[in-house]
Write a protein that binds this ligand. Sequence first.
Ligand code: NTF
Length: 757
Amino acid sequence: MTRLITDYTGKPLNECTELELFNGVLNLVNDAEKEKGYNTGKKKLYYISAEFLIGKLLSNNLINLGLYQDVKKQLEDAGRSLADLEEFEYEPSLGNGGLGRLAACFVDSLATLGLPADGVGLAYHCGLFKQNFENNKQSETPDRWLQWGHESWMRSTGKHYTVDFGGFSLTSTMYEIGVTGYGSKCGKLRLFDVDTLDERVIRDQISFDKKQIAKNLTLFLYPDDSDEDGRILRVYQEYFMVANAAQLILEEAQAKGSNLHDLADYAAIQINDTHPTMVIPELIRRLTQKGISFEESIEIVRAVCGYTNHTILAEALETWPRAYLQKAVPQLLPVIEKLQAYVAERYQEPFVQIIDGNDNVHMANIDIHFSHSVNGVAKLHTEILKNTELAPFYQIYPEKFNNKTNGITFRRWGVMCDPALTSLINETIGNDWIRHADDLKKLEDKKDDPDFLQKILAVKQENKQNFTDYLKNYRGIEVDPSSVFDVQSKRLHEYKRQQLNLLWAISVYNDMVEGKFPTRPITVFFGAKAAPAYIIAKDIIHAILTFSKVLDADPDASKWLKVVMLENYNVSLAEKLIPAADISEQISLASKEASGTGNMKFMLNGAVTLGTMDGANVEIADLVGPDNIYTFGQSSDEVIAHYKKADYVSREYYERDPKLRKAVDFLTGDLMMQNGGDPENLGRLSHELLSKDWFMTFPDFEDYCETKARMLADYEDRESWSRKMLMNTANAGFFSSDRTIAQYNEDIWHLTPDTDK
Ligand code: NTF
């Protein structure tokens, strides 16, 4: 039965304002979701995460509920457009990057697979900051997503809990955002907020009074942690998240008949990175309060919890000084101390202790001892955890370690963002791939069909044209749609090596000055936010923006090379950019990128990867074969050996390689200074590279340049390039988050799918 939008607007669609129309469709979606109902079962998963980078919901939910075409037509018949509503919708930015977007893909797949599950997190009033560029530099402003009438997505449940902190207590409210599954019932995101929040504590931009916890607790995702108040605030946030989660979990299990001794028959908890770690001592505390022994509480909690590690970067593994916990959550410290005693009694190895000799509490160590499963997020990453980063733990608990290679939801990253490619695939192999992603493999039958290869090229050109139009109309940026679209979009981090790509671009410019021009114009797109306190990352942004001005100011060079640093890169922009990409830059220093998920999105959308053998790139290379990916650089084993020996000296490379030297010198040269370059930022960046270059940009530079040149030359054989695109899309099926979630369920959670649709 067709649902009429007018039943929700109460007036003809052509008379509605954009807001009325938006709310009408939104309420229609909410009703359809409620009618479908929610996956239920005896055992439920609680996926606890500090981030859920869900992106815009309207079109995604319409697709999942099977209402997309119908609603689109109703709007069109009234002279309105769904595309306008998509632009009108404001993006919730409740995450930073891959970690949060992964959580969002996971809840989509959980719902789709019929698995009873909640995502559990915080209802930040401002998500990740909004990025602005001024004077070639990043500045940050709060992103008040909730101001835009989007409360309607986030419904109050009227449910409240009390959370105790050192010296005071806060009352929470639980909010819910529906998670629509594709052809299935739905799931829920349950986000907690404090009732006393007061946005007026924001002073200017993103700084605020960090001491007023009752007023600021859920104000920002990742509040600035460059000072102690900021770091303690994160402890308050994390505890607030898990204290609410623990109450919800115990309450729901008991309501279903659990006597708590059998909690693992009713609940599974996945701890997404270390932010939710305190759920372990918190649950133990609550179980012992109910009369269960400490030892048994440990066993109960261990049977319930699994932990996912998302990084090997030491600085990203959280440790909190004991004093912070004493101040914020004094009731938890005795439990953590008992857990430490439990560990010390059994294992002497210093590395595996929870509290170290400097009184720092290692959150990941709590997770590993007191979960029954520890997983990495790509094959290589899990191997590095087992053999290097977490080797002493692997010795103790070999049975706990397992790999779950990340995935992405093909509903958002295929169907929704690339309608042209979706139509071509559907008319070729049918639409089962949307739910059974391995079906894409059938496309390989077309790899020698010249007509089909032409069609693939036509789809890509259409997407490039659409993105070109978008940039012109919404951002005032002109690009050439017949140029090669070479894209690197991801958080700004030295290990991801945006600086390597920049040094390559500078070399191309240097070549042009000497009269050597590319075969075809190239547009290099960067999309990246730098953490506000990460100085070198901001210097890299400054260098990219300044270099883009150098090019724009040079009429000869700018015909051949354009660098576009896209402001405020977020999920919605990714959805436009990725389908338009020719080249997917995945150039992290081997061993450092746990998985990457952007690499999978680009692959699905027919971009060809230029990458190091890192993270999930390794698995992409295995799947597509050497003809359909361009790899370069040191191997992870070589990199790990260099770190071990501490024998890398960046200056040696600089002195040896004139092309590299010229590019590095360019950073602080006259042209950069004449185009708005700041000597302080550029000097610092250049000094960092020459004196340290911790992520080994220089050793990979030559191979990167050569490989990229080969790739650009190959691009000119359009038919053969189209075959590479096809092979990437056809082999992307493995990276569906449906596969990832099915594996988690099989190995870790053991939930029974709710098949009663
Ligand atoms: C990120 N980790 C990794 O850097 C990515 O490689 C990976 O794809 C995603 O997690 C998802 O697994 C983090 O953001 C963090 F916080 F762990 F550093």
